[in-house]
Design a protein around this ligand. Structure first.
Ligand code: SF4
Ligand code: SF4
Length: 437
């Protein structure tokens, strides 16, 4: 089997959030392989822990991906503030030509457009992908999983941080499909009675109060917060209310645009103009919506920049959905040139943490070796971009950890799914439930 066939067989997808099937990237031809260890979601530290615990596996993944894609250059991007913790990475890199690039501690350094610019000075064309400038970007955990795939080991576990209002903020490797409740308990349990979690991070994650939900291949971690926390209250507001408040209260100060990292990098994203679309009927809305098309939903405008506590990010999300439903394409300025103030207007993570009101939870989430043996796992058939996997097991059949339980539909973009524990299949819907005997 070739490298990309092994990756396909092992069910490797992007661990950085989107879940793009990794075998597709591995079969492209590029100049650079870029390992994304920039990790900028407040309170989550699983990429740092991955790099310090398994530097050899990550670097081997980079080396193998470089060979598979024909890349001449490899870069590992990590924040400078962690330099003293990177002895293992430096030693693993010593025998290679791969470069370690140290990045600033601001949000969102991990955004692909920003990471590509910061490490190579290349600018991805509007609505493009790193491949358009000869680069393939993968999260460090994805690269580690690629290396394991080359050794015949499928993806059955996930590295996650559990942070926020828990007794001991921690990073664990857990079986895919384990419940939120189980991993919160492993972190000593919540310190408050009523809480909700940001799944995948405060800035770009989803809010959930259902602790029976499973950890998937793309989940970077859980941030537990008391239900009365301002962030939970804000995120819980119905979308229509966010837009109604924005329509009446936005004074067009344009701070949201002035702090927008994509705008500062030279892309035509102007959330203050998108806010105008909330006031327009169908006749003008489409025009204002266009200014949202290149937004990466980083959340900085809503959670940091807006002095009125409005929701420009959510207005951009709505605009992008509107444009998509109408089949409209972005037709704005194609020239990309970083704003003269780009380097001077980054938002330091420390300031962001203060503004979010989570300073008390800003502690290291050290890796803790722990054996997880959940009685039950729920493994979704869709944990990736593309078509859901097709179940290939029957109800009440027995499976072992590592068995294939979901297959990629013929000719479709997708990813294989494997069982993360041994047991009996007790339900098959849009997920496969496996319970220990
Ligand atoms: S920062 Fe807030 S008030 Fe100012 S333009 Fe943006 S949404 Fe409106
Ligand atoms: S969420 Fe806001 S700050 Fe982030 S890219 Fe979109 S418009 Fe810019």
């Amino acid at each position: 089997m070739t490298f990309h066939e092994k990756i396909r067989s092992a069910g490797v997808v992007g661990c950085g959030g989107a879940g793009f099937p990794a075998h597709v990237k591995a079969s492209s031809k590029v100049e650079y392989v870029l390992a994304n260890g920039a990790e900028c979601e407040p309170l989550l530290h699983k990429d740092l822990e991955m790099l310090t615990r398994e530097p050899d596996a990550v670097v081997r993944g980079v080396v193998q991906l470089m060979a598979s894609t024909g890349a001449k250059k490899g870069i590992v991007g990590v924040k400078k503030k962690y330099e003293e913790k990177l002895a293992g990475v430096k030693s693993a890199l010593a025998a290679t030509d791969i470069e370690l690039k140290l990045l600033g501690d601001y949000y969102p350094t991990g955004d692909e457009y920003i990471l590509v610019y910061e490490t190579t000075k290349r600018l991805i064309p509007p609505q493009g992908i790193p491949l358009d400038v000869g680069i393939v970007v993968n999260n460090v955990e994805t690269l580690r999983n690629m290396y394991y795939a080359s050794e015949g080991i499928p993806v059955t576990t996930k590295c996650i941080s559990v942070a926020g209002a828990v007794r001991e903020a921690s990073t664990f490797t857990v079986p895919i499909g384990i419940s939120f409740a189980d991993v919160i308990a492993a972190a000593g349990g919540a310190t408050v009675a009523d809480y909700a979690v940001f799944v995948g991070g405060i800035m770009m994650g989803k809010l959930s109060s259902d602790m029976s939900l499973p950890i998937t291949k793309t989940c970077a971690g859980l941030v537990v917060l008391p239900v009365e926390h301002r962030l939970i209250q804000r995120k819980s507001l119905p979308e229509q209310s966010m837009h109604r408040i924005g329509k009446s209260a936005c004074d067009q100060c344009s701070y949201c645009t002035e702090f927008c990292p994509r705008y500062l990098l030279g892309y035509d994203v102007q959330p203050h103009k998108v806010m105008r679309s909330l006031s327009f009927t169908a006749t003008g809305e489409d025009v204002w919506n266009q200014w949202a098309q290149l937004c990466c939903s980083c959340g900085l405008c809503t959670l940091y920049a807006c002095p009125e506590d409005l929701y420009p990010k959510e207005a951009c999300d709505k605009s992008k959905a509107d444009l998509k439903s109408k089949g409209m394409k972005w037709d704005g300025n194609r020239e990309v040139k970083p704003h003269p103030i780009y380097d001077g207007r980054h938002v330091p993570l420390k300031h962001l943490v203060g503004k979010l009101g989570v300073k008390e939870y800003d502690v290291p989430a050290h890796y803790r070796e722990k054996e997880f043996s959940p009685k039950k796992v729920r493994i979704p058939l869709s944990q990736h971009i593309g078509t859901a996997a097709i179940p290939i097991v029957r109800l009440r059949s027995e499976v072992k950890a590592g068995d294939i339980i979901g297959e990629i539909p013929d000719g479709k973009l997708g990813s294989r799914i494997h069982s993360s524990i041994g047991g009996v299949v007790t339900a098959i819907t849009d997920e496969i439930v496996i319970e220990q005997k």
